[in-house]
Ligand binder design. Structure first.
Ligand code: NCC
Length: 276
């Protein structure tokens, strides 16, 4: 196929990726005694629609960005994994509406998940790299990390906090979308939390600003803004098809290249605003 234009990519994304989360009545969960710990309704029926949303990548280049105020001015803000706000407000803001966490972060070996206050604000959305095109039962018996065990534990300890689990179908719909638009074969691993969160917000918001997913002039080999750890693979990808994800986001960007350079900011339209 000829290379798709930005508007074509956006419409294709809207048509082929549907953001869903697990609910109590889905099989096989409906038959489990702990099914009632799962939300009765999918995420999109409980929150939104928002006007403006910010997606804050965890990249080292968020450091010294001074973007905190701009980020907090959005109606909803999504953050990832163990990325903190405390002590970094000036650069990343302090509002957290949704925290998207991979199952590695939830793993019991990392004792902090169940107790740390890092995870106590906002709506949690967990995800786990599921086998390609598996059904829910197959995945349930073969998760990368024990996401369901930890989910149950967390829900019992923090029953008031909304906590959803992303349907694994979303990962592979999005992966297909990336592969469809690349000339070469890409690794069959799910997209990064950053792209999952971006598309999640495109389904909930009218306008989405993504920060430092496409690196600005502050681009650095520092992995995260909150850690002294240097690895270029954090920005360019190893396990996740990150370079391809970034290429796709660059092509969908409706903002100015200048905004990427100065603010690391990409502007994407919400799906509801598209006339496809
Ligand atoms: O690093 P991570 O991601 O938590 O970052 C969240 C998202 O921000 C974007 N990012 C991050 C760093 C960087 N230099 N450039 C970026 O663009 C990416 O979009 C990224 O998804 C993940 O995707 O869930 C990931 O999680 C970590 C790790 O599991 C958690 O941080 C918990 O410690 C993974 N690291 C390892 O497995 C070692 C990372 O590969 C992906």
């Amino acid at each position: 196929h000829p290379k798709r234009s930005g508007p074509e990519l956006l419409c294709q994304m809207k048509d082929s990726v549907s953001i869903t989360t697990l609910t109590q009545e889905m099989e096989p969960f409906a038959h489990f005694p702990w099914a009632t710990l799962l939300p009765p309704r999918p995420l999109n029926m409980d929150i939104g629609a928002f006007k403006t949303c910010a997606v804050v990548s965890s990249a080292g280049s968020m450091k010294n960005s001074g973007l905190g105020k701009e980020i907090d001015a959005h109606d909803a803000v999504v953050r990832f994994n163990a990325a903190p706000t405390t002590g970094f407000e000036k650069d990343v803001g302090s509002k957290t509406t949704i925290r998207l966490i991979n199952s590695q972060v939830m793993a019991p070996e990392d004792h902090r998940f169940l107790s740390s206050s890092l995870y106590s604000t906002g709506i949690l959305v967990g995800w786990d790299p599921a086998p390609y095109s598996s059904d829910l039962s197959e995945w349930y018996n073969k998760t990368d990390y024990p996401i369901f065990l930890q989910y149950q534990r967390y829900r019992r300890l923090h029953p008031q906090q909304p906590f959803y689990i992303l349907h694994p179908r979303v990962e592979w719909q999005l992966w297909n979308q990336i592969q469809e638009n690349m000339a070469e074969p890409i690794q069959k691993n799910p997209p990064s939390s950053g792209l999952l969160g971006t598309v999640l917000m495109m389904s909930l918001c009218e306008v989405v600003h993504v920060y430092e997913f496409l690196p600005s002039r502050r681009k650095t080999e520092l992995c995260h803004y909150y850690q002294r750890f240097v690895d270029a693979a954090c920005t360019l990808g190893a396990y996740h098809p990150l370079l391809y994800e970034k290429n796709l986001v660059k092509r969908m960007n409706q903002g100015l290249d200048r905004d990427i350079y100065t603010h690391g900011r990409v502007t994407l339209p919400g799906f509801s605003t598209l006339n496809c």
